[in-house]
Design a protein around this ligand. Structure first.
Ligand code: HEM
Length: 249
């Protein structure tokens, strides 16, 4: 009896295994969040300040390294491109919702899980849009051709209904590369279950067994993966207008 109680307690403890000090919490109504599921998940686990306010480059670098093991150059390049749009009152910090800004390198139409600015809200997770992307994921893992097709179909659908459609294929390929890479963690394939949790709950799926990559990830890794997604979309490089290109499957 005592042994079975101890076993249940052990199993219950093992089932909840967010790293110490990094339990996932839903954001409070006053917390700021961004259009980026990667950044939001880090804030929801306390790798970035949970309030999402006044975050320095040093805090981004530490949080992104501890949470996902991406290197400082990757983070500095991304964060610095948003610094001109800060609303914190300081030129060296950002509120997470400052990342909503349109018409800068990172913001584009046809996002995988957000609507276009033309339709009002380019910030919040949109279940209907995400469902159209996730409908491509029929297996336990997501291959590059499947991610490429999911992205291409989403961009094509967005362009068909948005008269102000703004493409940024480099970034669009890059964000598909980001989810494939980050949710690959220590494994050699990206699990569909992890990707679903990452987008839908903005949670890092530690409880389901995810472990961050044990080698540091940088711009070269993301660039290479983005290029493979472009090639799988029938594009010769990252600059092409992929939604007009031929399909490979
Ligand atoms: C390892 C860290 C990161 C990961 C895994 C990640 C992942 C992603 C993913 C998967 C998307 C696509 C969302 C979608 O299409 O629905 C995205 C979008 C975005 N990310 Fe990140 N990201 C990371 C770091 C950053 C950083 C450091 C910044 C800027 C400081 C940033 C800013 C953005 C923005 C603004 C978008 C929205 C782009 C758009 O849809 O228009 N991300 N990110």
């Amino acid at each position: 009896m005592l042994a079975s109680f101890a076993l249940s307690l052990l199993l219950a403890t093992l089932a909840v295994c967010d790293p110490k000090g990094h339990r996932w919490h839903h954001p409070l109504p006053t917390d700021r969040r961004s259009p980026c599921p990667g950044i939001n998940a880090l804030a929801n686990h306390g790798y970035l300040p949970r309030h999402g306010l006044n975050i320095s480059l040093a805090q981004f670098i530490t949080g992104i390294r501890e949470g996902y093991n991406f290197d400082a150059i990757f983070t500095a390049d991304a964060v610095n491109s948003y610094q001109p749009f800060t609303t914190t009152g300081y030129n060296n910090t950002l509120n997470l919702n400052d990342l909503d800004h349109h018409s800068i390198p990172g913001e584009f139409d046809g996002s995988l899980s957000r609507n276009d600015l033309y339709f009002g809200d380019n910030h919040s997770f949109n279940q209907t849009i995400w469902n159209t992307v996730a409908a491509h994921f029929h297996h336990d893992t997501i291959s590059i051709p499947v991610a490429a097709r999911a992205r291409l179909d989403r961009v094509t659908a967005a362009e068909a209904i948005n008269p102000n459609f703004t493409a940024s294929n480099v970034t669009s390929f890059g964000t598909s590369a980001l989810y494939l890479q980050v949710m690959r963690g220590q494994y050699n394939a990206t699990k569909t279950k992890y990707v679903q949790i990452f987008f839908r709950e903005e949670r890092i799926p530690f409880n389901e067994g995810y472990r961050r990559s044990n080698v540091s990830v940088g711009n070269e890794d993301i660039g290479q993966l983005a290029l493979e997604i472009a090639l799988a979309s029938g594009c010769p490089d990252l600059e092409c207008r992929a939604q007009n290109s031929s399909r490979t499957n």
